[in-house]
Ligand binder design. Structure first.
Ligand SMILES: Nc1nc2c(ncn2[C@@H]2O[C@H](COP(=O)(O)OP(=O)(O)OP(=O)(O)O)[C@@H](O)[C@H]2O)c(=O)[nH]1
Ligand SMILES: [Mg+2]
Length: 743
């Protein structure tokens, strides 16, 4: 992990200081101005004060002397992601206050401005809930930093209570799953807070309000019918702004003036009403996503209505969302959200040379746009790295020291997880004590390039190698399969432990890490990274995204004009938990995400390639853990089905299940399934095959007319990465693995 991550987080928290102070001032003014101000305003002021105090306490930590302190790096890993939503929440609050300040012109509110409040009220509640979670996570960070010893800090962070604080902060309205799970947005401390205005029921009872609501409902129903029948007549009611009925209602009630859309000429005695949420959304081809602002809008604070649209595809994504009657400029939030992402973008080491996602790419012609999607740990970044290795020019860009450090840290992390499992299994011996001293106690040399202190690297490597001779070592390795495992095992821990001495030797000679070493590293991706790769004259623009739940809200920014979606699936994910949620089932999560993606209307014309990754380690997994129990529990095989040990059988069941999740019959037929070992690129880089597949799929897609069936090379499954039909080769692989000891 990047040693300065903790400083970035602290910096980010600090950089939001001005906004916190402004929000406090504005909320206080709002409270003073509006006698009936709900309790939520007071509660938010309190939350913001706590954040301010936290900022003051964190300020000394911005000193560079903390750069190499492993304690802070550990904290960064646990809290970094949790605080990802912190900035956007504050900025959205600021934006909401902009609206409110427009609404509250005087103590005496008109019916119209009260309606504005009602519409914004739910958003404020959601913001408060989200803010509450961030405050809790921030408090945890402060407490952890104040611990005297590493062990204290570690104990504190592993407590179930702390983990749940982090989980809640991380899940803030951010994932495909999270958005559907509305219940998870009610936190214990805020559920009791009432945000009901006293006048709400009076307002709701008025003819004016009811007329407006009925009219909106009618508009929505008509709009849906029109979409269902795919009618796009200019004069159809769906073309009218949804506020038409509202406007009419106001006119007929002889209110001061009809409502005009926000940002046009909609001011009345300094009062502005935000009714944008009621517009029927008409996608516009010209609209371009500004990443920062839309990321926030898209998360929508648990607005399950929006999520339904994304999943069901009833509406083109919110990225194309200029509302009728509002020009795209005024439709954008005006609080500078376009810049919030930068301080939060935690770049990953192996995506270091990639550029952050940029909108201009949308306009580059004749570029094959490929999107890597999938749950965390499926192998998206590994596949991207393999693709890059096909291009010789990409190799030159690598910084040897960085790669060596990354590989070394992955190797040490692998050993640490196994060591902890050994301790839990009471396998204490002299060897584990020495390894523990070297690996689990703070040590700056462990965090640096091993070439800087080869003697230390050799000492560490020797102690790790010796662990393999302790009885029960393999049993500790098998802990990776334990459900709800608190130690996240590295997928390639056995490889790294086996090769640790070679890595130390290579470091002593300052040699560069091998491609295999690099591809086996694991760094959680955050954000969206785009890489342009030219292969045999064709330019591919590949997007890699973070697959963890908290990252998925960002995906939608890359959904436009996608030629092909590649969906890597961790075939060893059955019966294993998610990295971000010890109670989440990895394989079921992969099914669920796939179902949401493949049936999304954004990809109706894209090609799909499902890559079954980790075929090299799958045979060993199948031996250790019975896959049939999992398949039975998902209803994929009947209860009476016998144990599955052959890789081919298992893969066939997986393929059938994935195919069954595709609703479109046409897509179901043309979807491609391939098996891949993404980390052994020396003999044959699987990426060359994927380039060829993309080349063969895309032109046929381009020339195809809508509705016309796209011809695809059927019957070629398993051949892309494994050169011979899977049934034969995979079973050969299986028997090979079963005869060789893993270590
Ligand atoms: N042995 C083996 N390991 C693999 C294979 N594919 C991926 N891995 C490993 O699986 C781990 C996770 O892979 P990543 O590419 O980081 O997964 P990801 O989908 O990018 O995950 P996020 O960035 O969290 O979304 C890494 O340690 C990879 O080296 C494979 O085919 N064989
Ligand atoms: Mg990744």
């Amino acid at each position: 992990m990047d040693p300065t991550t903790i400083l970035q987080i602290v910096d980010t928290v600090m950089s939001l200081g001005d906004i916190v102070i402004k929000c406090i001032t504005r909320l206080s003014a709002l409270k003073a101005q509006f006698h009936d101000a709900p309790i939520i305003v007071t509660s938010m002021i309190g939350q913001l004060h706590m954040i301010k105090i936290a900022q003051d306490q964190l300020s000394p930590l911005t000193s560079p002397k903390f750069n190499h302190d492993p304690r802070y790096r550990q904290l960064a890993g646990q809290i970094g992601n949790a605080l990802d939503s912190f900035g956007p929440i504050l900025l959205a609050l600021s934006q909401q206050l902009d609206r409110y300040e427009g609404v509250v012109g005087s103590d005496e509110m008109t019916a119209k401005s009260r309606m504005g409040y009602l519409h914004g009220e739910r958003e404020m509640t959601n913001l408060s809930i989200l803010l509450d979670r961030q405050v809790n996570a921030l408090n945890l960070l402060l407490q952890a930093i104040q611990c005297q010893a590493w062990s204290q800090q570690s104990d504190m962070m592993t407590q179930e209570e702390s983990q749940s604080v982090l989980r809640l902060a991380q899940d803030c309205s951010s994932s495909l799953v999270g958005l559907e799970d509305v219940a998870s947005f009610i936190s214990e401390n805020t559920a009791a807070i009432s945000t009901e205005f006293e006048f709400d029921h009076i307002l709701r009872g008025t003819l004016l309000y009811q007329a407006a609501e009925r009219s909106n409902l009618r508009q929505a129903i008509r709009g849906k019918k029109m979409t269902d029948h795919d009618k796009t007549s200019e004069s159809s009611p769906v073309q009218k702004p949804a506020t038409f009925g509202l406007k009419h209602a106001f006119q007929s009630m002889r209110l001061c003036r009809p409502i005009t859309p926000f940002g046009t000429s909609g001011t009345q005695r300094g009062i502005r009403v935000d009714i944008r949420r009621d517009f029927v959304v008409e996608p516009s081809a010209d609209h371009v996503v500004i990443e920062g602002e839309s990321a926030w809008e898209d998360s929508s604070y648990s607005n399950s209505r929006d999520m339904d649209k994304i999943n069901s595809g009833t509406e083109t994504s919110r990225q194309a969302e200029p509302r009728n009657g509002i020009d795209s400029d005024t439709a954008r939030p005006h609080s500078g959200l376009g810049t919030w992402r930068n301080p939060f973008q935690r770049r990953t080491s192996n995506a270091r040379e990639t550029k952050p996602y940029q909108q201009e790419v949308f306009f580059q012609p004749r570029m094959i746009r490929v999107l890597l999607l999938g749950a965390s740990g499926g192998g998206k970044t590994t596949l991207l790295n393999a693709l890059r290795l096909c291009n010789e020019a990409e190799r030159v860009k690598r910084d040897e020291g960085d790669i060596r450090t990354l590989v070394w840290q992955n190797a040490l992390d692998s050993a640490r997880a196994v060591l902890r499992a050994m301790e839990e299994l009471d396998m204490d011996s002299e060897l584990t004590t020495s390894a523990r001293r070297l690996l689990l106690e703070p040590c700056t040399d462990c965090d640096r390039d091993p070439a800087l202190n080869p003697q230390h690297a050799t000492e560490v490597a020797t102690s790790i190698s010796l662990l393999r001779f302790i009885e029960g070592f393999q049993e500790a390795c098998n802990w990776r399969n334990r459900w709800g495992n608190t130690y996240q095992f590295h997928d390639n821990s056995e490889y790294y432990i086996e090769n640790i001495s070679r890595l130390a030797e290579q470091a002593a000679q300052r040699s560069v890490a091998t491609d295999g070493d690099l591809l086996r590293t694991q760094v959680t991706t955050t954000g969206i990274h785009q890489v342009s790769i030219t292969y045999q004259g064709t330019q591919f623009c590949v997007y890699d995204v973070g697959g963890e739940r908290s990252e998925r809200k960002k995906w939608i920014h890359a959904f436009k004009d996608v030629s092909a979606v590649i969906y890597p699936v961790d075939t060893t994910g059955y019966g294993r938990s998610l990295r971000e949620d010890a109670d989440g089932d990895r394989m079921r999560e992969q099914f669920m995400v796939f179902e949401s993606i493949v049936n999304n209307s954004c990809f109706a014309r894209s090609s799909f390639i499902v890559v079954f990754s980790k075929m090299d380690i799958l045979p060993q997994y199948l031996k250790e853990e019975d896959a049939s129990a999992f398949l039975r529990s998902c209803g994929i095989i009947p209860d009476s089905g016998s144990r599955i040990t052959a890789v081919y059988d298992y893969i066939s069941h997986l393929e059938n299940h994935f195919r069954g999740l595709v609703k479109s019959i046409e897509l179901r037929e043309r979807i491609q399934f391939v098996c891949a070992n993404l980390v052994d690129v020396d003999k044959c880089n699987p990426a060359t095959d994927i380039f060829n597949t993309l080349g063969s799929l895309i032109p046929s897609r381009r020339v195809s007319t809508p509705g016309k069936k796209v011809s695809t090379p059927t019957g070629e499954k398993y051949r892309l990465f494994e050169k011979i039909p899977a049934s034969q080769e995979i079973d050969e692989l299986s028997s090979e693995c079963s005869t060789s000891s893993p270590l």
